[in-house]
Design a protein around this ligand. Sequence first.
Ligand SMILES: [Zn+2]
Length: 115
Amino acid sequence: MLYKGSCHCGKVAFEVQGELGMAVRCNCSICSRKGALLWAVSHDKLKLVAWGDDLGRYTFGKAAIAHRFCRTCGIHPFAEDVSQGSERSAYININCLDDVDPTTIEVYEFDGRSA
Ligand SMILES: [Zn+2]
């Protein structure tokens, strides 16, 4: 299935190919602040369709994950592994997907705070 998503203002827009079965709520310092529900996909399933200069990038700690956000509206639509290669994942914030009701998606609680 093809999912479409965007930030709030629409300057960052993307598509994801896959089956959304379960989302992850992570309690680490950044995910808890964002309130994101994450869907991990192989990075090649994520296709940006609009971004330009508006796609900001934030890393912290070991800088293994780049948290991407819209510089205009401030929404964080996804994050991605910094490392390249076939194992690279993207972490989609399902709250930013069109036509997805997050309350219908099973949520796995991930203890990222302790990881
Ligand atoms: Zn935006």
